[in-house]
Ligand binder design. Structure first.
Ligand code: RTP
Ligand code: MG
Length: 149
């Protein structure tokens, strides 16, 4: 069994129920879940690998634009399987090549693309730690009750 870090991004957070059904149907189990709103600092740190890229500022702005749902998903080959289920980064391309993928169904374009998935075991470890951390010292501080959905 493998664990991956999934995010339902701000543009799809209100579709969580539909997406949760799909997650279940595709054989993933949800080990942990948090609904939070990221600060600019947190989003910037989470996407640190993209610092300096032309889309970085837009990405951080998007990821802080509303609540997200963060999930630790478990399945055999979870990392690859989840990336396959969400589809290509660009939602337009997803609609052409993977019409049943989550980005095809819930995303808009190359930035607003509904879901995130860890891209390697190393990323998955880092990202699960980032959001679910040590119980005593989470990287992301516990947030206001308004985010607890
Ligand atoms: P993610 O990390 O969110 O799972 O997406 P990914 O691996 O498929 O794509 P990545 O290259 O890691 O990019 C991270 C996120 O940045 C936004 N993006 N915008 N406008 C653009 O050219 C562009 N390229 C990437 C997307 O939100 C992408 O998911
Ligand atoms: Mg990525």
């Amino acid at each position: 069994m493998q664990t991956t870090l999934a995010i339902i991004k701000p543009d799809a957070a209100d579709k969580e129920d539909e997406i949760a059904w799909r997650i279940q149907r595709e054989g993933f189990s949800v080990k942990m879940r948090r609904r939070i709103t990221l600060t600019k600092e947190q989003a910037g740190e989470f996407y640190q690998e993209h610092v300096g890229k032309p889309f970085y500022a837009e990405l951080v702005k998007f990821m802080t634009s509303g609540p997200i749902v963060v999930l630790a998903l478990q399945k055999f080959h979870a990392i690859e399987e989840w990336r396959k289920l969400i589809g290509p980064t660009n939602s337009h391309k997803a609609r052409e090549t993977a019409p049943e993928s989550l980005r095809a169904l819930y995303g808009t374009d190359n930035t607003r693309n509904a879901c995130h998935g860890s891209d390697s075991p190393k990323s998955a470890d880092r990202e699960v730690l980032f959001f679910f951390g040590g119980v005593t010292s989470p990287s992301v501080p516990l947030i206001s009750p308004s985010d607890a959905g």
